[in-house]
Design a protein around this ligand. Sequence first.
Ligand SMILES: *Cc1c(COP(=O)(O)O)cnc(C)c1O
Length: 379
Amino acid sequence: MTVAMTENFGNPSSVHSFGSAAKKALEEAREQVAQLIGAQPSEIVFTSGGTEADNLAVVGAAMANSKKGKHIITSSIEHHAILDSCKWLAKNGFEVTYLPVTSEGLVRVEDLAAAIREDTILISIMHVNNEVGTIQPIAEIGKIARERGIIFHSDAVQSVGKIPVDVNELQVDLLSVSAHKIYGPKGVGCLYIRKGTRVEPRSFGGGQERKRRPGTENLPGIVGFGKAAELARINLPEEQKLITLRDKLIDGLLERIPDCQLNGHRYQRVPTNVNVSIRYLEGEALLLSLDLKGIAASSGSACTSGSLDPSHVLLAMGICHEIAHGSLRMTLGRDNTEEDIDYVLEELPIIVDRLRKMSPLYCCEKAGQCETKEMCQHV
Ligand SMILES: *Cc1c(COP(=O)(O)O)cnc(C)c1O
């Protein structure tokens, strides 16, 4: 990336040798990214990230195919980059069906098959959910979509680099990837567009990215994305080792913290995701105490934390508001060690205990365990 910002400063669209050196770096990155997901380099369109890839996929495919029909199927647990695109489409003459999910966060293939209509033009179901890590049956859905001649998009931002992702095995026509979710730079990603799939551009100008995404390319970002993609492909087997750490963390939390439940599927989840609800507590309060101990965690999704609305994902899974508010998400990464897990398992129960003793919700239900008895009388 440093080279792309200094020595290799040309514009990939320029004819001179500086331009062609930049173009070469751009096309090398395209090959690295294509290889990670089993695509052809010509099927990769670089974007400013996962959000833009999702917007381009859903709105672009809907617009390009609106003469055939105006019905779209998605799920109720998608990222807001998809949900808000669907909302915009609904305001502009399209009709959207939001599939429910099971209590473990899985879309049922039967529900999807039953929702397909004559005028269905697009199905968009995420590969892995960003809050609970559940892995959806994308290949099965892809098979149905293909049989029915419907364009199939999957937001694979959370699966790429964590589990194998191959666009042909999954039978997808469109697939979104983001660099910063695979240890790459922020502000860059791509949309895979299968050859022959019609997608209208969302921005207009030059002829870059086969006119699907015009504008001078973010070369430093793209080069960084390419390198991250190459490393993600090489390191994929390493990532599976995180399953042991993930399971140690899950089992340890459920064992040591009373009234704690796992959100999402026990096994059909990415190696990196742990999401639990700790009853009688607010996730946000836990985050601050954890941060003081050097533990970085989230409640809900990073994009909506700070808002007090409970997670739409947990609510769609049938989890009540109170328990959804107490959700805590911990994401494991390549550099985590067993000692890190031991440290969390040591510190978190102490924090939970301390916060619960101050919680009127808790002490009234568990009378006698409260240090602030006056508070109980007020509730
Ligand atoms: C992070 C994320 C996005 C958005 O990607 P950005 O590159 O941050 O815009 C979209 N979908 C999912 C599932 C994500 O986790």
